[in-house]
Ligand binder design. Structure first.
Ligand SMILES: Cc1cc2nc3c(=O)[nH]c(=O)nc-3n(C[C@H](O)[C@H](O)[C@H](O)COP(=O)(O)O)c2cc1C
Length: 320
């Protein structure tokens, strides 16, 4: 659990501590800052014992953000030598840690761009949204997830977090072997004819498998339109996210000819089932939807001609 840290910074005044905390929060370098005022500090300074009344900022963030946090504090701090130290969080409530990760999500995107400059440039032009890395260890067994899965058609208003979106898309189509590019769901001949889209409150996005990111397609809530295209299955509008699996048949027909349709449908089933089981493991629920007008969905998603929607999977928090 060294992914998360607490950073301590002492300041000469409450005002200075507040300015630093607000700046770091607005830049999403940290998830949270607590300021303790009137701290009595005793320390060695230039060969003499000294003391001061200080304010202490206690910040929670991710370890990968520490160098940026340190750099920013040093820019803003008035001290010649400022105390900027970090300690690891060895354990914590799952929800709280998830919230930390979600709150500094944006800066993770920036860091990704800094690490790989050429990719960063590409992301900038395509306005891609990097997703947090998926967790490879969950709290629920496969057996519990299988036995807990049920088609659910009533969802809470609650939106999904970037972590949940990331985890669901990874389980559905994410790359699980970087060397070969093989994915979470099997594919006949590893030809991967599926492309996943998500329809959310904030728009429609294409899942970029290679970058594990979302590419904005339409910046509008189209969930109601989805209902119309799915023969008025009204519950779809209530789901915070619907994954639309699309197939590009030519990727498979070139090798498998007449068998292509069957293989594609089998593969869509694998991908969808992974998503259903992952949803249960995250405390979410889903339903497979096969009844829809292909052309209407194609129009809503503004799909290229050779992309054919094959499955819709609304996901969200189940309404009891
Ligand atoms: C290929 C396929 C298409 C489906 N299409 C729809 C659909 O359009 N609308 C819907 O409400 N449920 C749909 N379902 C969900 C089934 O109704 C559901 O799986 C079935 O009632 C069994 O319930 P369970 O999933 O809770 O085990 C579909 C399921 C499959 C496998």
């Amino acid at each position: 659990m060294t992914e998360y840290i607490v950073v301590f910074v002492t300041c000469g005044s409450k005002k200075e501590a507040t300015v630093i905390a607000k700046k770091l929060l607005s830049e999403k370098l940290i998830a949270c800052a607590n300021i303790t005022t009137d701290v009595k500090s005793l320390f060695w300074w230039k060969g003499k014992l000294d003391s001061a009344r200080e304010s202490l900022i206690t910040m929670k963030t991710l370890k990968v953000n520490f160098s940026k946090v340190e750099k920013r504090v040093r820019q803003l701090h008035s001290y010649e030598v400022a105390e900027i130290i970090a300690v690891p969080i060895i354990s914590g409530s799952r929800d709280y840690l998830k919230w930390i990760k979600g709150s500094v999500f944006f800066i993770l995107c920036v860091l990704c761009c800094l690490i790989v400059p050429s990719e960063a440039q590409e992301m900038k032009t395509k306005k891609e949204i990097a997703l947090p890395l998926p967790d490879l260890k969950g709290e629920m067994s496969v057996e519990e997830s299988i036995s807990g899965r049920r088609s659910v058609r009533a969802f809470k208003l609650q939106d999904l977090t970037p972590e949940e979106v990331s985890q669901l898309l990874w389980a559905c189509q994410g790359i699980t072997d970087k060397e070969t590019g093989h994915r979470a769901a099997p594919s006949a001949g590893a030809l991967y004819p599926l492309e996943a889209y998500v329809v959310k409150m904030d728009g429609i996005f294409h899942y970029n498998v290679e970058n594990h990111s979302l590419e904005p397609v339409i910046e509008k809530d189209e969930r109601k339109a989805l209902v119309g295209a799915a023969w008025n299955q009204g519950f779809i509008e209530g789901a915070p996210m619907t994954v639309v699996l699309c197939a590009i048949r030519s990727r498979v027909t070139s090798r498998y000819g007449a068998k292509a349709d069957m293989y594609i449908n089998m593969e869509a089933g694998h991908a969808a089932q992974n998503l259903h089981l992952q949803a249960v493991a995250l405390g979410l629920a889903s339903v497979p939807v096969g009844a829809f007008d292909v052309d209407a969905i194609r129009k809503i998603l503004d799909l290229p001609e050779d992309y054919e929607p094959v499955y819709l999977i609304p996901v969200g928090y189940p309404r009891q």
